[in-house]
Design a protein around this ligand. Sequence first.
Ligand code: AHM
Ligand code: MG
Length: 348
Amino acid sequence: MSQEIITIERFILQQERSFPGATGEFTQLLYDITLAAKIISREVNKAGLVEILGSTGDKNIHGETVQKLDEFANRIIFQSMDHTGRLCIMGSEESETPLLIPDEYPTGKYVLLFDPLDGSSNIDVNGSIGSIFSIHRKKSKTERGDVSDLLQKGYEQVGAAYVIYGSSTMLIYTTGNGVHGFTLDPSVGEFLLSHPHIEIPKNGNIYSVNEGNYIYWDDKTRAYINHLKSEDNHSGKPYSHRYIGSMVADIHRTLLNGGIFMYPVSYKNPDKPSGKLRLLYEAAPMGFIISQAGGYASDGHQNILEIEPRDIHQRTAVFIGDKDDVLLAEKYISAEIEKEGKYADKNQ
Ligand code: AHM
Ligand code: MG
């Protein structure tokens, strides 16, 4: 007997039924995200045809001005959500200031933060890219929301999702009740359940980091990464290294194969050491998803979901993946290993 086909709509509705008080608004919000994802996926798949259809700023064969894909994705997500009455405010990695719901539309009780097209430097080489979404409840008392609605801790998320535009387009989401994955069947234009109840495998031995930044890391970060590359780690053999340079794709692999993804603090500018990834649009939603799959997300010192955001574009260091790997990273970064006298690293 062939496997039952479950569309994302059916799955989300089934999940909603397990919450007796649910109004359906949240379900609709998730569904709005899937619609935006399908439209972006269609455009991303055309990116290789740029020679034929025209590059950014050009007029294409239809006489339309071709947009940068990240600007296009930003606009599509905003326009898919602004009029629905489900959101009170939005925030995007691409927009410096909060995105307000236009006056002519009603507002609702949810808040959406998103990175419309992450890893966009991969577009020109046909590499995988993604979109990331984080959903909170409205906190402020004002009708149209304010920045306090955006500045919520990762723990307060009620949902998070990412879409990977890879060899297939997949959507992975959590509402705090496990992590589920859907693959877009382009022939019917539907996301179909392909990965129910994803759990990050234990003891994967892959590490993912931009090692070109080695000279900008501190000794603790180097010591941890050297440990993974040594035979002293739990697996008894060096971890394999994989790095796409697209957070969604690197974390997607980590979710399915285990191991750890990192973007540590850089001391390139020693007066202003900094992580690269954005807390609200990247680290917190991916951290929520990985935690729901049995993994853990840290900035090297504390759970990413516990960080109190101060700025909507705040950056953070990221260590995310298998719980044991990330906890060990925390031990190195917080210098506990050093204190235990285990810091000497023969590979350094
Ligand atoms: P972006 O939001 O400008 O696309 O940058 C975020 C991306 C992540 O997807 C990826 O993990 C990281 O930047 C790669 O950075 P680097 O090229 O420094 O390794
Ligand atoms: Mg990004």
